[in-house]
Design a protein around this ligand. Structure first.
Ligand SMILES: NC(=O)c1ccc[n+]([C@@H]2O[C@H](COP(=O)([O-])OP(=O)(O)OC[C@H]3O[C@@H](n4cnc5c(N)ncnc54)[C@H](OP(=O)(O)O)[C@@H]3O)[C@@H](O)[C@H]2O)c1
Length: 309
């Protein structure tokens, strides 16, 4: 699955004004049509209001409004849900500013029409300009009459989560342990360096270790937090999901998730974890979670019986 952000960007980073694009460049939109045709497109509710659903492409509209419905579109209430809807298909993120910012950490490619103007605006492309951005490299440049198409590729490809075959041929299986650390009604989630998605602290069980020892160690190594285990939350597997690493190997994870509470320390970051956050149930619902965490996270907020797969 390749995630491409496609946008027209002015020299000063502006992409919109008053809900519209502040320029008219004849012919520029032909490239957008050619690139996106046949692929799902993800857009914010405001961009959908201006653009509508376009023929020949699935339109997925992102909104927090539980009552939002519109003809000819699919609706997602979080980026996570949108990723589930696209499965492992290549798809395009078509704006606007909020949705570009949300999807940028997951993007593999940026396809940008540079408009040589400096208009006033109220919507900007995140992280612009990309000339010196360490994570991005310009891989193509195509001059047209009135605009230039720039392609940027992520310098090192992301680890991808693949939906599909029940068990990928040749997939290694990994025993994992994770912890749902709760404190004052909030759950600790971490964002992983290798795929940009959110999950619970955890990882592979080392030889000679019990699952709970692995969970405690992973929490300490990833977040610096000492935690104590209160019980088992769930056993987890998702036979439809494998993790595909850039070196070509596939892994499927089987694991146990423990309930825990913090004992000492403050949740921080590490080599693997670029962000830690204490979230409420509502905040967790809006996060793009790795598939193995999708069921565990809401379950962590419930105090029901222990469940096993
Ligand atoms: N130059 C270009 O290539 C280009 C392309 C597209 C758009 N644009 C411009 O960009 C501007 C619009 O951008 P915008 O940032 O104002 O709006 P937008 O990104 O199109 O849509 C924002 C809406 O998306 C929903 N949303 C945002 N974050 C969400 C999340 N985490 N989970 C679920 N839903 C979420 C919310 O909808 P609800 O309010 O319904 O909850 C929010 O109001 C316009 O000026 C447009 O012309 C330019």
């Amino acid at each position: 699955m390749t995630i491409t952000l496609i946008a027209a960007v002015a020299r000063n980073g502006v992409i919109g004004r008053d809900g519209d694009m502040p320029w008219h460049v004849p012919g520029e939109q032909r490239g957008f049509k050619a690139a996106t045709m046949g692929h799902p497109m993800l857009m914010g509710r405001k961009t959908f209001a201006a653009m509508g659903a376009l023929p020949g492409r699935r339109s997925i509209v992102l909104t927090r409004d539980p009552d939002f419905r519109a003809d000819g579109v699919e609706v997602a209430r979080s980026l996570d849900e949108a990723l589930l809807l696209t499965q492992d298909e290549d798809f395009f993120v078509v704006g606007g500013a909020q949705i570009y910012a949300l999807a940028l950490p997951y993007a593999d490619r940026l396809l940008l029409s540079l408009i040589p103007q400096e208009p006033a605006g109220d919507a900007y492309f995140p992280g612009w300009p990309y000339d010196d951005a360490p994570a991005w490299r310009e891989s193509a440049r195509e001059d047209h009459d009135g605009w230039t198409v720039l392609t940027y590729d992520r310098v090192t490809p992301r680890t991808q989560v693949v939906h599909g075959p029940r068990i990928a041929r040749g997939a290694r299986q990994k025993i994992g342990a994770s912890v749902a650390v709760m404190h004052e009604g909030r759950l600790l989630v971490t964002r992983r360096e290798d795929n940009g998605l959110w999950c619970l602290p955890g990882g592979g069980v080392d030889a000679g270790e019990t699952w709970s020892e692995a969970a405690l160690r992973e929490a300490r190594e990833e977040t610096g937090l000492e935690v104590a285990i209160d019980g088992v939350l769930a056993a987890y597997t998702d036979p439809n999901v494998v993790v595909a690493y850039p070196d070509g190997h596939h892994t499927q994870i089987f694991g146990v998730c423990f309930r825990a509470h913090p004992v000492s320390g403050e949740a921080g970051i590490s080599d693997e974890v670029t962000e830690t956050r204490w979230v409420t149930r509502e905040e967790a619902a809006g996060l793009p979670l790795i598939p193995t965490a999708r069921r565990l996270v809401p379950q962590a907020f419930d105090t029901g019986d222990v469940t096993y797969d």
